[in-house]
Design a binder for this molecule. Structure first.
Ligand SMILES: Cc1cc2nc3c(=O)[nH]c(=O)nc-3n(C[C@H](O)[C@H](O)[C@H](O)COP(=O)(O)OP(=O)(O)OC[C@H]3O[C@@H](n4cnc5c(N)ncnc54)[C@H](O)[C@@H]3O)c2cc1C
Length: 370
C-alpha cells in the first residue's frame, strides 16, 4: 500500500478551503494552516456574487466552469451558506451600452451559459426599483450568491483536513516552518494565503486592491437580482485610478449589500468616506430608493490582484513541491472551485476542463513586480 501524498495548504480562505477539499478528494492527507478565522481574510469581506465574467477567454472559461461546480455543490451546502440563484442583471444606461450586450451574450452562449437580452420595458418590469429611462440589460439567470465564510468552512470540514492554528513563516525543502517553530512535513505545499502569500513568496506579481462594501437596514427596497452596471466596469474599474461602479445585491434578510469600489495599494482598512460617497452616489443614480435607506455597517477588504487580472494557479516554477493558488482579485469566491480543480489536476497529473488556458506563474516571467 502506498502512503497518501502529504499536502499542506497555507490559508483557510475560500481558495485554500476549495483546494484542501479537491486535494483530499484525490486522496491526499491534507493539513491547512490558518492563524485567523476560517473563511476570514478577503473571503469574509467579499460580496459572494458568483458571476460569469468575459473580460478574457481564460476568465470566461474559469468563471463558467466554476459556476458549473457551484451548481453541483449547492444542494449539499448548509442553509447558513445562503446560496441563492438570484441571477445577475447587467444594466445598460444607454443604447451604446445596450449594444454591448450582444457580444456578451454570444460569449456566454459559447461558454454554455444562458442569458436573456432585455429592453427598457422588460428591465423595468423585472426590477421596478431601477430608475426610469434605462436602456435595457442582460439577465444571466444561472449566476448566484453565497455567504462565502460558511461555504469555506463547509469545504474544510468536508475535506477532513487537519486545521493547524498557526502561520507558515517559511517554505523549506519537504516541510513548512510555523510561527511556533514547529515544522510540518509536506510533499506538496499550496500557498493560498491571498495577499498574505507575498510574505512567503515576495517574487509573485501581486498587488492589494482595496474595496468598500455597505449593508443597509432591513426592508425598504424590493430588488430580486444582483444588479451591476454594464458600462463602467469595463472602463474605470480596469484602470489604475480609484474607481466605483454600481453593484447591488439583495440579501435574504431584506437588506441590500452595496458595492463596489477599487483602489490599488491602500493597506489601511479604514473606510475612505469620499470614495464611499462616490460609491453611494453611483448606486443612487441607478436605484434612487437607496437614498432613503440607512446604513447598518460599512467595511473594507483587500483583493489580491495580478497584472492581467487572472489568478496564479499551479506550480511555483522554481521551488520543488511548491504550488500557488492566489491573485483572484474580485472573483475568488466565484472561481475558487475551478481553481481547485486546475490545481489538483496539476498536482496529480489528472485531466482538467481548463487545460487550454495558462494560469501559471510562468506567464509573468520577465514582468517586473507590479
Ligand atoms: C470588497 C470585496 C468584494 C468582493 N466581492 C466578490 C464577489 O462578489 N465575488 C467574488 O467571487 N469575489 C469577490 N471578492 C474577492 C474574493 O473575496 C477574494 O478573491 C477571495 O476571498 C480570495 O480568497 P483567498 O482564500 O485567496 O484569500 P483570503 O480569503 O484572504 O484567505 C487567505 C487566508 O490565508 C491566511 N494566510 C495568509 N498568510 C498566511 C500564512 N503565512 N500562514 C497561514 N495562513 C496565512 C490569511 O489569514 C487568510 O485567512 C471580493 C473582495 C472584496 C475585498
Amino acid at each position: 500500500m502506498t502512503s497518501a501524498l502529504r499536502a499542506v495548504v497555507v490559508g483557510g480562505g475560500m481558495v485554500g478551503a476549495a483546494c484542501a477539499d479537491a486535494l483530499a478528494r484525490h486522496g491526499a492527507a491534507v493539513s491547512v494552516v490558518e492563524p485567523g478565522p476560517l473563511g476570514g481574510g478577503a473571503t469574509a469581506a467579499g460580496m459572494g456574487h458568483l458571476v460569469v465574467m468575459d473580460d478574457s477567454p481564460a476568465q470566461l472559461a474559469l468563471t463558467a466552469r466554476s459556476l458549473e461546480l457551484w451548481d453541483a455543490l449547492a444542494p449539499t451546502l448548509p442553509a447558513a451558506a445562503d446560496y441563492r440563484g438570484c441571477g445577475t442583471l447587467w444594466v445598460a444606461s444607454d443604447d451604446e451600452e445596450l449594444a454591448a450586450v450582444q457580444p456578451k451574450q454570444a460569449a456566454y452562449r459559447a461558454a454554455g451559459r444562458t442569458s436573456e437580452v432585455l429592453d427598457a420595458a422588460e428591465l423595468s418590469a423585472l426590477e421596478p426599483s431601477l430608475r426610469p429611462g434605462l436602456a435595457g440589460g442582460l439577465r444571466v439567470p444561472g449566476d448566484a450568491v453565497v455567504y462565502a465564510p460558511v461555504a469555506a468552512a463547509f469545504l474544510l470540514e468536508r475535506s477532513g483536513a487537519a486545521v493547524i492554528r498557526d502561520s507558515v513563516v517559511e517554505l523549506e525543502d519537504g516541510e513548512v516552518r510555523l510561527g511556533s517553530g514547529a515544522r510540518v512535513a509536506a510533499d506538496v505545499v499550496v500557498v493560498a494565503g491571498g495577499i498574505g502569500s507575498l510574505s512567503l513568496l515576495p517574487e509573485l506579481p501581486l498587488r492589494q486592491r482595496k474595496g468598500h462594501l455597505l449593508i443597509t437596514e432591513r426592508g425598504g427596497l424590493d430588488v430580486t437580482h444582483q444588479l451591476v452596471e454594464l458600462g463602467y466596469l469595463k472602463s474605470a474599474h480596469a484602470s489604475d485610478a480609484d474607481s466605483v461602479a454600481f453593484n447591488v445585491q439583495p440579501r435574504p434578510t431584506g437588506q441590500l449589500l452595496i458595492g463596489s469600489s477599487r483602489q490599488f495599494d491602500r493597506p489601511d482598512a479604514a473606510p475612505e468616506w469620499f470614495l464611499l460617497r462616490r460609491m453611494l452616489d453611483r448606486a443612487r443614480a441607478y436605484l434612487p430608493g437607496v437614498a432613503a435607506l440607512s446604513a447598518l455597517r460599512v467595511w473594507t477588504g483587500q483583493r489580491c490582484a495580478t497584472p492581467d487580472h487572472l489568478p496564479l494557479i499551479g506550480w511555483h516554477g522554481e521551488r520543488a513541491g511548491v504550488f500557488v493558488a492566489t491573485g483572484h482579485e474580485g472573483l475568488g469566491i466565484t472561481t475558487a472551485l475551478g481553481t481547485a480543480e486546475v490545481l489538483a489536476a496539476q498536482v496529480f497529473g489528472t485531466p482538467s476542463a481548463l487545460t487550454a488556458f495558462d494560469f501559471g506563474v510562468g506567464r509573468f516571467h520577465g514582468v517586473a513586480h507590479a
